[in-house]
Design a protein around this ligand. Structure first.
Ligand code: C5P
Length: 305
């Protein structure tokens, strides 16, 4: 939604306001191929946006960057990736303006759902629009990669295969609509900590990414579920054994597939349909975790972003 007003409260002529949905990301599959010279890990992953989202509101101002948020625990300075995204655009193009950003957060923090990355991606898209910069998709993706491994995908969060740190993206055929219950245990996990713990655990099973891509091409849901897996589970479950207890509870409740999202701790329970997702969510009401019902998104969701 883009709103134009003749004068903003800062007295800038033709002040523009913009509001963008910043969608959460899940990994349908995540495999780690090895550690790289730069300290990152080489990944092979299949990424997907879901309709759980933050709303990023932005307004052009005469100078400076201000960030506010409905959650107090999130910083408003350079420690916030949304702030760094705004700074990167203003500095890279020597823009003589500022920007006011308000984050209406819903995506839980440190959850493995790319909440910070997706806000940063929305800021890049918003600044491109607010300042009529005309940046191409490739230019936006290059800036996004500077901010973090998940930020390039979050610009256009449709079904994609990613390599490198997760920033080299190839679009895949759209995932059939899947309903899922997103279960966030009552603690966060540092992505860095999970990757650093990988050498201490055995990887017993790897995702079948080729099979998963074939399933996307054929629209075969069962084959899709059997290809899904996330090897970061071995490290996260070893660091936080309580996650295995959550996993057992969720497996008992049922669903096509239960797996961890990104570096965790969020667990995803894939369901047959919306009604099953609502039923599963209701069974989790008294558990010590946050529960969201979500579905995968498609091109139509990005058109009305
Ligand atoms: O890229 P981003 O800043 O989101 O990554 C956070 C941390 O996760 C990195 O500092 C690194 O420790 C780890 N990471 C990694 N390999 C990746 C992605 C992230 O080791 N492919």
């Amino acid at each position: 939604m883009i709103e134009y007003s003749l004068k903003s409260s800062f007295g800038v002529d033709m002040g523009k306001k913009i509001s963008i949905k910043a969608y959460a990301k899940i990994n349908l599959a995540l495999d780690v191929l090895g550690k790289r010279q730069d300290g990152y890990h080489e990944l092979e992953t299949v990424l997907q946006g879901i309709d759980l989202h933050d709303v990023v509101e932005m307004e052009r101002t005469p100078a400076g960057i201000s960030v506010s948020c409905n959650w107090r625990e999130l910083g408003s300075g350079p420690e916030n990736l949304a702030y760094r995204a705004a700074q990167l655009v203003l500095d890279s193009f020597a823009l003589d303006y500022g920007v006011k950003i308000h984050l209406q957060k819903k995506i839980p923090l440190a959850a493995g759902l790319a909440g910070g990355s997706t806000d940063a991606a929305a800021v890049l898209l918003g600044m491109n629009e607010l300042f009529s910069m005309g940046l191409s998709r490739k230019e936006l993706q290059e800036m996004a990669a500077v901010l973090g491994s998940d930020v390039p995908f979050c610009l256009f969060p449709l079904t994609a295969y990613a390599r490198g740190r997760g920033e080299i993206i190839t679009e895949l055929p759209a995932c059939p609509r899947l309903w899922l219950v997103v279960v966030k245990p009552p603690f966060g996990i540092s992505t860095r900590e999970v990757y650093a713990h990988l050498p201490n655990v055995a990887i017993r099973e790897r995702p079948d990414i080729k099979g998963l891509v074939r399933a996307l091409e054929n629209g075969e849901k069962e084959q899709l579920f059997s290809g899904m897996h996330n090897v970061l589970e071995y490290a996260a479950f070893d660091l936080y054994p309580v996650l295995s207890e959550f996993l057992c509870v969720l497996r008992e409740i049922g669903g096509h597939k239960v797996m961890m999202s990104g570096s965790g701790p969020t667990l995803l329970v894939f369901q047959e349909d919306e009604a099953s997702a609502r039923k599963t969510a209701s069974l989790l009401e008294n558990r010590d975790c946050s529960v969201y019902i979500a579905r995968t998104i498609g091109p139509e969701d990005l058109r009305q972003r």
